[in-house]
Design a protein around this ligand. Sequence first.
Ligand code: FEO
Ligand code: CA
Ligand code: CA
Length: 505
Amino acid sequence: MPVIPSLLTACTSRSGGVDSSAFPSSKDELILSDGLSYKVLIQEGDMLNDKMVFGTENDYLAFIPTGSDEGILWVNHEFVNPMFASGWEPDKARHRDMITTEMHMVGGSIVKIKKEWGGDWKFVKNDPINNRLTAASMIPFEWPELVAGNRSVRGTLANCSGGVTPWGTILTCEENYDNFYGEYDYVTDSRTRSKLGWERFFPDHLPQHYGWVVEVDIRTGSAKKHPGLGRMAHECATVKALADGRVVIYTGDDQDNGCVFKYVSLEAGKIYPGNLYVANMDAGKWELLDIARPELAGKFADQTELLIRTREAALLVGGTQLDRPEDIEIDPLTGDVLVSLTNNKPKGVYHGSILKIREEGDYDAMTFVHDTFLTGGEESGFSCPDNMAFDAAGNLWFCSDISDDALNKPPYDKFGNNGLFVLIRNGVDAGKIFQVASAPNDAEFTGPCFAPDGETLFLCVQHPGEGSKNLSDLTSNWPGGGTTIPRSAVVAIQGDLLRTLQQVV
Ligand code: FEO
Ligand code: CA
Ligand code: CA
């Protein structure tokens, strides 16, 4: 049996001060454990064809195989840093053409990739499947009513994490939508201003049209928004198929005190129609979000408005407020539903945890039990867990998301830059956590995704240099080095260590 500590140093040894590994690091590099190496597969600004550009701030990845050594990669593009994306200069005015440029940098990319002789993955420029979904694409709602006056709306944005359906479509989740067009307040009948200020140039693009889960057919690039799954800062949409073809979809509202939700479809092979529930952790119950409930009747004009205001409805039926629920994955070894709770600084929760939900029955059960699976902090060697993925042996790979303005400062100074970690599940090292990668300055790793053969881990490097005040004072120059502007990128990680870890069963 391979002995993992000869390759890696467990994070827990840090508390004894004997960590001899490269981690933690605060270097502006993508540093990997011995036995791993990476190549940049594609980066922000690369052209997919003559017209379409690979977007910025890449997050969730999904790989759909189309052959033994080829496949289609879906990549979410979450946010824009106007200084890098559209030429805006700090303290200068914003212009409509900047916003238009930025609109084409978010959404998602559909990219054909192939493994070449020698084992390296390359993206196939000009492949006919290459496509983009942007904040300018027209997207219909899969819903019987108009949504804030529209049946079809302009664009998807804030695309954070997502999921894959059993029928091969991608779910891409609109997370911090209020950064783009602000938020609509039904109580005061007013609209808040956004960070990016897009609403000043496109006032017809209403906040209620964003914050949804969007289903994408990657073969055609067509998409539809699913109001049935509610409106919030959707982190992810993790799909579990039931034996009869219906699906259960778990999603979290990534804000301080956000809730966890699950959606259960009513018919096989499709998402709509279905029911949305919120988790009441104290009662161990999934609470239905339906306008017919006495607690909800009269509070909203109809079910559509209830779903637009999902956060308010969730609290009215006893939804439990959690510590920023982010990624959700189903544990292949136990069947448990794992939920990253990144942090909740206003409540003094700085390092977060991973929550374990066990359904009492199949995944459409209405009751569950729960417990803490892992707790972040100096003892465990990681902080602020976010994106997760399981490998073929059931090891849990997870990325940290310490915000760029908090990195390397108390109470996060012991953790260095953000990292990629693995929890070993089998063999003599079962239960140990190892750090396997450290991100460039200000960046977080996102979208961990294994190729089906387990030989490659695709991973995104998101927002390197995010803390830069201007282009002449950059905090990162990754991946180009020198004085180049930092770029988000997808990397392909390979090496013996991937094989070793997946052999330990
Ligand atoms: Fe986009 Fe909650 O991370
Ligand atoms: Ca995330
Ligand atoms: Ca995050």
